[in-house]
Design a protein. Structure first.
Lengths: 374, 404
């Protein structure tokens, strides 16, 4: 099995051979739900960070009894998997107050009989300044202490420095992939790239790095995709390659993104000198921001524009999950600002989960591609 | 003063407020837009002209001949997602329509409600208006209060710099004294609400939201609360309360419906239901401000703001100290509540996400039942008032059956 095939398989299901092997070694797996959680702290004490997903649930009937139709479908699908025991292979779950929806997902899951042995919410400030940084640092240290107490582990500086290094290597390799995608003939479709990114959030990063190295070697042997309209996708959380595949069809290719699972997670490195915990916390606090961070819109716009330029993007898809006000509102601002530069932009409101409205979305994208001239 | 006169005065304030905003622009007095959970005293102390956006939408909705719908729709047509809160959408739409001049400054709070804070960021970015953010921490402990108070003091410094107005101690004390008087009156009115039957008119709740949010720290607010207290005392002396008798003491678990004030009268005249309050109105936890120094006064305003509705109950998990469950249990118990209603305002995603947890716990601990509605507190088209009344009437029947 080649690296792409293997990564795609990992992205396709909740449990995989890596999580199984990890558990066989007597080690624990901890779910997490946001890019503001410094995963390296978990990794440094042999806890496998596993990004929570809602994929695999067929409906949200159990979750809807607690959340509601005005709560985002990603959170409802996640909660559904939690409440029905599909996440019982996890030994804990760590949330943040990333948005109103996800923090209520935590509230409901942690009160339910299917709550995992370790449930934690890490509060994050909503502004980026020194007071906020100090608050975040204290919260991360409290989280570290809770983790140590619950799992009977100790986060040692040397181990954390090593974890920082492994994670930085992941980011460098992903940047290489993004650079390849930015070339004239990208080796992978956007759907394949999203599968690669998703897989990386579910397996140990050292193993992931080996797979990425093989994938980059494989990329050089692939013919490359030419003659398709080059798109960028930005917006709400996404881990469903089928959604991207539906967008791309036969005439477009998603060459870059500013998704939290994608470019936003790998663009900033952790400083590898000095106190590893301090360096880690600074990296996570200041990494390419989510729309939850107030006063950072212009930086987010600049990041989007940087990706557009690097990947020679011809059209931008701004998507948001229905009722995701943070991305929905940022997208409204981005649309206005990007269109001023003459770039074609489409905004899509979507539901997370099985592709119920794939036909509607495909039709809109086809019209968009015609507008671009693709 | 009768409650009808008080109601007329409150809505007449819309015209006064609008004129003040227009005049401020002409005179060069900075106009500040802010959400209802900001302690507006600081703007009065700096002699700025504050516009409490959600209150402004409410005033406009009840006073403009065309209502608020065209403005709610215009805000969406111009880009704002429909799932955003109609309380800000109304004012945003009025601005888009050219009804309001551009503000000089925006102040926003963060952490209680994503749609609320995101709406203010949207206004700032789209209309190119400078904005100051006040981050609200997740918890309510001493550390959190310290973090918040420092941020509030930093905000005041920034307000001075951006507005070119220096905070004067005497003026701040004058405003804080008035705020304390109003707080005392609010608490006196709340004491009357504890009586069975409750003599405070139901419509007080709508008027109080507007007054507390837009006028706290002014003589107008003191006058309003004094008049309402006098009226309530008179009603108590004369045995006037909901008709024909107080059958049900009702509390709204978060917001009420603001698009049709007639329902306060419907509760009172036809249902025998006392509308004790919604959680935006009670203010039992509102602190008295220590007038000793600028520092103590700012600390007091910071504490007031930390305990404002939405900030207090929405910033962290549902069952944390001094959060949503805590307040629901306290108010339901203290005011002898028989039944509760969750209005189900569509934009309140955080409230929707924890409603069942809170409702079930309240039933378990106090035996108080609750009704979950679906609607929009400022947009009558989502669930019309007649439908809401029908659902409430059925609920009241059930509550009465179980009471009997």
């Amino acid at each position: 099995m080649g690296p792409l095939e293997e990564l795609s398989e990992i992205a396709g299901g909740l449990e995989n051979e890596y999580t199984a092997r990890w558990k066989e070694q007597g080690k624990k797996v901890v779910g997490y739900a946001c890019t503001y959680l410094p995963e390296e702290i978990l990794y440094a004490v042999d806890l496998l960070p596993y990004r929570l997903s809602g994929r695999g649930a067929q409906d949200t009937s159990n979750a809807d009894a607690w959340l509601s139709r005005v709560n985002c479908s990603f959170c409802r699908y996640c909660l559904e998997l939690g409440l029905t025991g599909e996440y019982n292979f996890l030994d804990g779950a760590v949330f943040t107050n990333g948005c109103d929806h996800i923090r209520r997902t935590y509230d409901n899951w942690s009160e339910h009989e299917q709550a995992l042995p370790f449930m934690y919410i890490l509060p994050i400030p909503h502004v980026l300044d020194e007071d906020g940084y100090r608050w975040y640092k204290e919260e991360v240290m409290t989280f570290r202490d809770s983790l140590e107490n619950h799992f009977g582990v100790k986060v040692m500086p040397g181990k954390l420095a090593a974890a920082n290094s492994v994670y930085n290597q992941t980011r460098r390799l992903l940047r290489q992939l993004y650079n390849l995608q930015a070339g004239q003939a990208p080796p992978f479709t956007g759907a394949e790239m999203l599968a690669v990114l998703t897989a990386g959030s579910r397996i140990p990063k050292d193993e992931y790095n080996r797979l990425l190295e093989s994938l980059i070697e494989e990329a050089e042997t692939r013919p490359g995709i030419e003659g398709r309209t080059r798109l960028m996708i930005a917006g709400s959380f996404m881990d469903d390659p089928e959604f991207i595949k539906n967008l791309e069809g036969q005439s477009a290719v998603v060459v870059t993104d500013t998704l939290c699972m994608g470019a936003r997670s790998c663009w900033d490195l952790t400083k590898e000198t000095g106190d590893p915990l301090e360096a880690l916390i600074r990296r996570y606090y200041h990494h390419a921001s989510c729309p939850r961070m107030a006063g950072e819109y212009k930086n987010r716009l600049a990041f989007v524009q940087e990706q557009i330029k690097l990947a020679k993007v011809e059209g931008v898809i701004l998507e948001h999950i229905m009722f995701c006000d943070l991305h929905g509102t940022d997208n409204a601002l981005l649309k206005g600002d990007l269109e001023k530069t003459g770039l074609p932009v489409i905004t899509l409101e979507r539901q997370y989960g099985p592709l119920a409205d794939s036909g509607r979305i495909r039709t809109r994208i086809q019209a968009f591609l015609e507008r671009i001239g693709g | 003063m009768s409650e009808q006169t008080l109601e007329r005065n409150i809505f007449a304030e819309m015209g006064n407020r609008y004129e003040r905003v227009i005049k401020a622009g002409q005179e060069g007095t900075p106009v500040v837009w802010h959400p209802f959970n900001v302690a507006g005293e600081i703007f009065h102390a700096l002699d700025l002209v504050p516009v409490s956006v959600e209150v402004f939408t409410t005033y406009a909705m009840n006073q403009l001949p065309e209502g608020i719908h065209p403005y709610l729709d215009l805000a969406v047509e111009r880009g704002l997602p429909e799932s955003m809160c109609s309380a800000q959408r109304g004012t945003i739409g009025m601005y888009e329509a050219g009804f309001l001049p551009k503000p000089d400054l925006i102040v926003s709070t963060l952490g209680g409600c994503d749609p609320n804070s995101k709406a203010y960021e949207y206004m700032s970015e789209k209309y190119e208006v400078p904005i100051l953010y006040l981050d609200v921490p997740f918890h309510s402990d001493r550390r959190a209060i310290g973090y918040f108070e420092k941020r509030f003091k930093d905000l005041v410094t920034a307000l001075e710099e951006m507005s070119g107005r220096k905070l004067k101690e005497d003026r701040l004390r004058e405003v804080c004294e008035l705020a304390n008087k109003a707080t005392e009156l609010i608490l006196d009115i709340n004491e009357l609400k504890k009586k069975v039957p409750n003599p405070v008119p139901n419509i007080y709740n709508l008027m109080s939201i507007a007054t507390k949010s837009a006028q706290q720290g002014t003589q107008e607010a003191v006058d309003f609360y004094q008049n309402m207290l006098n009226l309530s005392k008179l009603r108590l002396a004369q045995g006037i309360h909901v008709k024909p008798e107080e059958k049900i003491r009702l509390m709204f678990m978060y917001t009420g419906f603001y698009f049709d004030p007639s329902y306060y009268g419907w509760f009172e005249e036809e249902m025998g239901v006392t509308y004790l309050s919604d959680l935006l109105v009670f203010h039992d936890c509102n602190p008295f401000i220590d007038l000793t120094s600028v520092d103590t006064m700012l600390a007091g305003l910071g504490e007031e703001m930390f305990n404002m509705p939405m900030t207090r109950q929405r910033k962290g998990s549902w069952d944390l100290d001094k959060n949503w469950l805590y307040d629901v249990l306290y108010y339901a118990d203290t005011y002898q509540v028989d039944a509760m209603v969750f209005s189900g305002h569509a934009a309140c995603k955080q409230a929707w996400g924890a409603y069942r947890l809170v409702a079930e716990e309240a039933r378990k601990q106090l035996g108080v039942p609750s009704l979950r509605l679906e609607g929009d507190c400022w947009d009558s088209r989502v669930t019309p008032m007649e439908v809401i009344k029908g659902q409430l009437a059925e609920f009241f029947e059930t509550v009465m059956e179980s009471k009997n």
